[in-house]
Write a protein that binds this ligand. Structure first.
Ligand code: WTA
Length: 668
C-alpha cells in the first residue's frame, strides 16, 4: 500500500471536483495520516477527541488493552476515568453553540405524503421529555430498554433519551417475530419496551404492537416480567391505515407515547457517565446457539462513529445525508444516529421500501430533498437495477456528491450501475466494510484520496491495522488470500458480548490469538487493496443481514415432520445470498405443499420473513462426518450443482452426494 502502481488502468481516481473541498485531498495525505494513526494511535485519537465535551478528562492511560489470551482476559479501554454523555455531545452541545435551529432530521414515511422534520432544538426538547418518561417508569442508569420500532424520529428520541440518563438501549429490528423479540428482551434483561402500533412496508401491514404483545406474554411465561410498554402511534399519518386490524391494548401495561410525552417536562439534566459506560447492545446472529448481544460503550464509540462519518463521507455542513439503513441494524445506529448527530449533520431517514409506490422512490426522494450523500446496500441497488432505467433518469441526481455501499460485497456489475446510472460517473462509490462489532467502517475508501477499484473496499481506515492470515494463523505479507484479522484496537471496537465475555473471547480472539478475527475471508492485491470474499463460518448474509445456519435449522426442526435439517446459502441475483434448506423427514411423513408452507411459516414466526428459505429440499439423508457434523460445504456444492466436491474423505456415506445432486437436478 506504500504506493500504487503507476498504471491507473481499471482505477477510478478521485475527481478534481471532489478533491477540491475534501478533508483528505490526496492519496499522500491519506497515507501520512494513516501512518500517524497507527504509529501513535494515542496521540492520533486524543487529538480527534478534543472537540467533544468531557466533563472529566481521562485520569489514566488514554488506551489500555489486551488482545492476547495467553496474557489474560481480552479487553479494550479508551479514555479510562473520563466522563461524558453521548446525548449531550450529539444534541445539547450543538444547541448551546447556537445551532438549535439547524435541521437534524427529515423523516419520510412509507407513504410519500408522510413527512416530518425536527431541528436540533426540537430534538433536545423531545429527548428530555422522553428521558423524564423513562425515569418516571423507573428506568435508571444501567437499566436496559428494548426498542422495537420502525425507522422514525421517535425511535431516535427513545435511543438518545436512554443515552441521556445512562440507560442502555437495545434496538430490535422491527422485522423480527414475537419469539425473536422475546428472546432478545429476556437475554438483555430489558426493563421496558418502547414500540409502535404498526407500520407499512409498501402495502404490507406490519402489526408491531400485536407482535410486541405476544412477545411480552412470552417473556412473562419465561419468568421475565416487563411492566410497561410505551406505544408510539406511527399509523396516524398513514393513508393505508383504514383497514388495519384492531391494535391490542392492555391499560395495565400499555402507555400511549403521545400521552406520556405531553405531560413530561422538557428539561432533563444529563447523567455524566464513564467513557467505558455501556451505550447500547445490538444483537447479531452467532454461528451457533443464541444471538450475540454486541455491547458498545460511550466515549470510544462516539469518537469512532463521528470520525468515520466525517472522513468516509467527507462530510461538510452543507451536505444532506441519506442512509436507507434501518435503525434496527448497526448501520442505522452509527450513521443515522451517532455519527450523523456528532457531526451536526442534517439527515434524511426513511421508513419505507425502495419500490413503493414505485421503483423511483429513492431517486425521487434524493431529488426532492436535494440529498448530497446517499448510502445504501447492494441488495437494494440490485433490486432497482432490474427495473427500467427511466425510474432513475426521470429524476435529477444533480445534488448527489457521493454514493456509499454497505452490508456485503458490491459486485462490479452493481458497482458500475450505481456509478454510471445513478451517479452519472460523478460520484465516488464509498464501499464500506464493517460489522456490528467494529462500530464503524474499518476498510473503506475516502472520497478525496482513494482511487477506486469496483468491487474492492480498498484501504484501511485510520487506526486500523488489518492483516490476512492463512488457516494456521500465519500472517501473509503482500498479495494473498486468507482470513481477515485486525491487529490492534480502535475506539469503536465492541467491548464484549453482553453476559458472555467468554463467548466474545472465543469468537473473536481465540481463532487467531492476538488478533481480532472478522470471520470474513479476504484477498489483498498488489496495491494493498482489500477485496472481501465473504463469511467463512456457518453464517448467511441475506439482503445484508447476517443469519446463522443454526438459527434457521432450529426453526426447521420445530415442524413435527422434520427429523434433521441443514441450511446453506446460494448466490441470489437480488439478495446476494438466498437460503436453501435440506430436510430429512421422519418415518411415515410424506413431503407436500402443506408441510412446505407450514415449515416456511415456522421460520417466518420464529425469525422473520426475511429468513424464509428460497427452496426446501426433502432428502433421504444429509452428508455427515463420523462425529455426526453435517458437511454444509458439500450441500453448498449440491445447491450450486457443482460436482467438483474437493476432499470428501471424511464423509461417512460416500454415495449420498451423488443422490442429492440427482434429486436437486430433478427439482430444478
Ligand atoms: C459483510 C454490517 C463486503 C461481512 C455493517 C461482515 C461486507 C458482515 C461489507 C457484517 C462490505 C459488511 N463488503 N462485505 N462493504 N460490509 N459486509 O454485522 O461479511 O450486519 O462480516 O454489519 O457483513 O454484518 P453486520
Amino acid at each position: 500500500m506504500k504506493s500504487l502502481k503507476t498504471d491507473l488502468n481499471g482505477l477510478y481516481p478521485p475527481s478534481d471536483a471532489v478533491q477540491q473541498s475534501a478533508h483528505i485531498a490526496s492519496l499522500d495525505q491519506y497515507l501520512k495520516m494513516y501512518k500517524a494513526s497507527i504509529e501513535d494511535p494515542i496521540q492520533f485519537w486524543e487529538k480527534l477527541s478534543k472537540p467533544f465535551f468531557w466533563k472529566q478528562q481521562p485520569t489514566g492511560p488514554f488506551l489500555r488493552y489486551n488482545f492476547d489470551l495467553k496474557k489474560g482476559n481480552i479487553f479494550t479501554k479508551w479514555m479510562e476515568g473520563a466522563t461524558t454523555n453521548v446525548c449531550y455531545n450529539l444534541v445539547d452541545k450543538h444547541v448551546e453553540e447556537g445551532n438549535g435551529h439547524r435541521m437534524a432530521y427529515y423523516w419520510e414515511g412509507n407513504d410519500p405524503t408522510e413527512q416530518k422534520q425536527i431541528t436540533y432544538q426540537g430534538l433536545l426538547e423531545a429527548i428530555c421529555k422522553c428521558a423524564n418518561v423513562l425515569k418516571t417508569l423507573g428506568i435508571q442508569k444501567g437499566n436496559r430498554v428494548a426498542i422495537y420500532m420502525p425507522t422514525t424520529i421517535e425511535a431516535i428520541i427513545a435511543m438518545l433519551s436512554c443515552a441521556r440518563i445512562g440507560a442502555i438501549h437495545v434496538v430490535i429490528f422491527a422485522g423480527f417475530s414475537a419469539e425473536a423479540l422475546a428472546e432478545r428482551m429476556i437475554a438483555a434483561n430489558a426493563k421496558l419496551l418502547v414500540t409502535a402500533d404498526g407500520t407499512f412496508r409498501g402495502t404490507k401491514f406490519i402489526p408491531l404492537k400485536s407482535i410486541a404483545t405476544q412477545a411480552l406474554k412470552q417473556c412473562k411465561a419465561a419468568g421475565h416480567l416487563i411492566n410497561h410498554c410505551v406505544v408510539f402511534n406511527r399509523l396516524q399519518t398513514s393513508k393505508l391505515n383504514k383497514d388495519v386490524p384492531d391494535i391490542p391494548w392492555d391499560d395495565s401495561i400499555d402507555l400511549a407515547w403521545e400521552t406520556v410525552m405531553a405531560s413530561a417536562s422538557d428539561l432533563c439534566e444529563v447523567e455524566w457517565v464513564d467513557a467505558e459506560h455501556p451505550l447500547f447492545i445490538l444483537y447479531t446472529s452467532g454461528s451457533t446457539g443464541k444471538p450475540k448481544g454486541v455491547l458498545h460503550t460511550s466515549g470510544g464509540y462516539l469518537l469512532y462513529a463521528a470520525t468515520v462519518f466525517k472522513y468516509a463521507f467527507d462530510y461538510h455542513e452543507e451536505d444532506l445525508f441519506f442512509c436507507s439503513g434501518d435503525l434496527g441494524w448497526i448501520t442505522g445506529h452509527t450513521f443515522n444516529v451517532y455519527g450523523a448527530l456528532a457531526c451536526k449533520s442534517s439527515t434524511v431517514i426513511f421508513d419505507g421500501i425502495p419500490t413503493y409506490p414505485d421503483g423511483g422512490r429513492f431517486w425521487e426522494l434524493i431529488d426532492r430533498y436535494q440529498v448530497t450523500t446517499f448510502y445504501t446496500a447492494p441488495t437494494a441497488i440490485r433490486t432497482l437495477m432490474q427495473l427500467d432505467r427511466s425510474y432513475v433518469t426521470k429524476y435529477s441526481r444533480a445534488s448527489l456528491r457521493l454514493l456509499g455501499s454497505v452490508g456485503e460485497p458490491i459486485d462490479p456489475a452493481t458497482w458500475h450501475w450505481f456509478y454510471e446510472v445513478v451517479g452519472e460517473k460523478r460520484c465516488p462509490i464509498i464501499d464500506t466494510f464493517w460489522q456490528t462489532e467494529t462500530g464503524g467502517p474499518i476498510i473503506c475508501p475516502l472520497p478525496g484520496s482513494t482511487p477506486l477499484k469496483p468491487g474492492s473496499a480498498t484501504l484501511p481506515f485510520f487506526g486500523i491495522v488489518p492483516a490476512i492470515v492463512d488457516a494456521d494463523g500465519v500472517e501473509m505479507i503482500g498479495e494473498g488470500e486468507g482470513y481477515l484479522v485486525i491487529k490492534n484496537p480502535w475506539p469503536g471496537i465492541a467491548r464484549t458480548l453482553d453476559g458472555n465475555h467468554q463467548r466474545f473471547e472465543s469468537t473473536y480472539f481465540e481463532p487467531y490469538n492476538g488478533y481480532y478475527y472478522t470471520g470474513d475471508a479476504a484477498k489483498r492485491d498488489a496495491d494493498g487493496y482489500f477485496w472481501i470474499i465473504g463469511r467463512r463460518d456457518d453464517m448467511l448474509n441475506v439482503s445484508g443481514h447476517l443469519l446463522s445456519t443454526a438459527e434457521i435449522e432450529s426453526a426447521l426442526m420445530q415442524h413435527p415432520a422434520v427429523a434433521e435439517a441443514a441450511a446453506v446459502s446460494a448466490a441470489h441475483a437480488i439478495k446476494g445470498e438466498s437460503i436453501h434448506c435440506f430436510i430429512v423427514l421422519k418415518h411415515r411423513w410424506k413431503y407436500d405443499g402443506i408441510i412446505e408452507d407450514a415449515i416456511k411459516a415456522i421460520v417466518r414466526n420464529k425469525i422473520g420473513a426475511f429468513a424464509v428459505p428460497e427452496l426446501i429440499h426433502p432428502v433421504p439423508a444429509l452428508p455427515k462426518v463420523a462425529s455426526g457434523k453435517i458437511m454444509r460445504r458439500l450441500l453448498k456444492k449440491v445447491v450450486q450443482q457443482d460436482a467438483d466436491l474437493g476432499d470428501t474423505s471424511t464423509l461417512v456415506d460416500q454415495t449420498i452426494i451423488e443422490q442429492l445432486l440427482a434429486l436437486t437436478t430433478k427439482k430444478g
